[in-house]
Design a protein around this ligand. Structure first.
Ligand code: SIN
Length: 298
């Protein structure tokens, strides 16, 4: 038995139990720990039907809180309906660097084809965690899928926190880390003709954050944006972050979503990280993302 499997058992137990039954949506868990497919929701109809949607929106909120990422299949929505769905959950966030589709800067373009130098979100990250108030959630609609591949992986950062030893929780508890967009975003979207801004956001956030809705603690450092832990020697920070990234990426904390055309994923950036697989070259994968503003992590 490997040392990792020897560490399983209670350390890797997920705390979320089965909640109350849902009345207006179906919720089918993908794994015991993260991810659920939602049925009974027509996003296009919902955004123009306030009476039904308010009850469904409450239950979608709950399903998101319980599962961290939720998926809706066969949603033939327009860009306007996608934006309107996002606004049901809060004000929309404008990405500091990425190109948008059409006129609305809140409709972020997600696109890779045979000529792309890269694809969005190829490493583990929490969206725009370099913002002083990073986005609460992101809603991705994929319109065009490659014949195979292009899955997205999601990881539960409550479970990553819960699995740390009590000594490690105490050590990390008072620490903050610098998240910086500059090294990521500068020049990143040049292939779309996007000119660089004079500067990109950076912010110091707690290494362990408390989710404002669930009250649960989550590990909040990621390979994409976190640069160093503040107030400790740089070599100690590097070693600690390397350990935490490896720990956070344990497959035990993950689910993997296989896209179908017109599926929608809605994830909570405050307690989940994600990673997109670019394993489908030379094929095309295309969609749009709407991102919802969040609060300063505490
Ligand atoms: C992202 O928002 O990071 C991209 C995710 C994806 O394309 O699956």
């Amino acid at each position: 038995m490997s040392s990792l499997s020897g560490r399983q058992g209670p350390r890797y137990r997920h705390l979320a139990g089965e909640g109350e039954p849902y009345e207006t949506i179906g919720v089918e868990k993908l794994t015991p720990i993260i991810g659920a497919e939602i049925s009974g929701v027509d996003i296009g109809a919902m955004v123009s039907d306030d009476i039904r949607s308010n009850r469904q929106i409450d239950e979608i909120h709950r399903a998101l809180a319980e599962n961290l990422v939720i998926f809706f299949r066969d949603q033939h929505i327009t860009p306007q309906q996608h934006l309107a769905f996002g606004r049901k959950f809060g004000e929309l966030h404008i990405h500091p660097a990425a190109p948008h589709e059409g006129d609305d800067p809140a409709l972020m373009k997600i696109y890779a084809d045979k000529d792309s130098p890269r694809a969005n979100g190829e490493g583990w990250h929490s969206d725009v965690s370099c913002d002083p108030e990073p986005p609460m959630g992101s809603i991705l609609h994929i319109r065009q899928c490659p014949p195979r591949g292009g899955d997205t992986l999601f990881a539960n950062m409550y479970a990553a926190y819960d699995a740390l030893s009590d000594r490690m929780k105490t050590y990390l508890g008072g620490l903050t880390a610098l998240h910086d967009g500059e090294p990521i975003y500068r020049g990143l979207y040049a292939n779309y003709g996007v000119a660089d801004r004079p500067s990109y956001p950076s912010a110091e956030h707690p290494v362990i954050r408390t989710h404002p809705a669930t009250g649960r603690k989550a590990l909040y450092v990621n390979r994409g944006f976190t640069r160093h832990i503040v107030g400790i020697p740089r070599d100690e920070s590097d070693a600690m972050l390397a350990y935490l990234y490896q720990h956070a990426e344990n497959p035990l904390f993950q689910c993997r979503f296989r896209w179908t055309e017109n599926a929608v994923a809605f994830w909570d950036n405050r307690c989940a990280q994600h990673r997109a697989m670019w394993d489908y070259w030379p094929h095309t994968r295309a969609g749009t993302r709407v991102t919802i503003k969040g609060e300063r992590p505490v």
